[in-house]
Design a protein around this ligand. Structure first.
Ligand SMILES: [Zn+2]
Length: 176
């Protein structure tokens, strides 16, 4: 699939945060690929009405944060370690499960196949996609939905317990 890496990341983030369903994302990726459509994935999501302009802006901002790291592989390794740690903490997996999955991940990498730890764990049947998304949500940030105006805020640069104000004026709290 000839996709821009930034688009791929945007798609993953949008799905991980529940802005769009995997099916909707697939549809948009198909449109992008088949239509000879020069549009960015974000534009297609906007055109199909799957994202609002505000949501797209938030997602792009979050993506920029993720892409600004100079050494992606190092960051990914670090993130995978945290992922494994969280999975154990949540009681989903044992230390042995993680070790086995890391070994498989390393084997695959030797063959030039780079998979994230979560993907390997799903492949081994140890986690469901839903569980992976839940862990990634905890790991990458929080989705705070304003109870007054329903706006979705992606929170990744604030401390748990910190307060911030929605555009509608309602005070919101970063969850622990
Ligand atoms: Zn609001």
């Amino acid at each position: 699939m000839a996709m821009r890496p930034e688009d791929n990341l945007l798609g993953k983030i949008a799905v991980a945060f529940g802005f769009v369903s995997p099916e909707e994302m697939e549809e948009c990726v198909r449109i992008q690929r088949d239509g000879g459509n020069p549009h960015l994935l974000g534009t297609i999501l906007l055109e199909r009405g799957y994202l609002t302009r505000d949501e797209l802006r938030d997602l792009l901002e979050f993506q920029k944060e993720k892409l600004s790291s100079t050494d992606t592989r190092k960051v990914e390794r670090e993130a995978d370690r945290m992922f494994g740690f969280l999975a154990i903490q949540l009681g989903l997996l044992s230390q042995d499960d993680i070790r086995a999955a890391c070994a498989e991940q390393a084997q695959l990498a030797k063959r030039g196949l780079r998979f994230r730890l979560g993907e390997v764990l799903v492949g081994r049947g140890l986690l469901t996609r839903g569980q992976v998304e839940e862990i990634l949500r905890r790991q990458q940030g929080y989705l705070v939905i304003c109870p007054k105006c329903d706006k979705r805020h992606i929170v990744f640069d604030r401390e748990p317990g910190e307060k911030f104000e929605c555009d509608c004026g309602r005070e919101l709290l970063v969850p622990d």
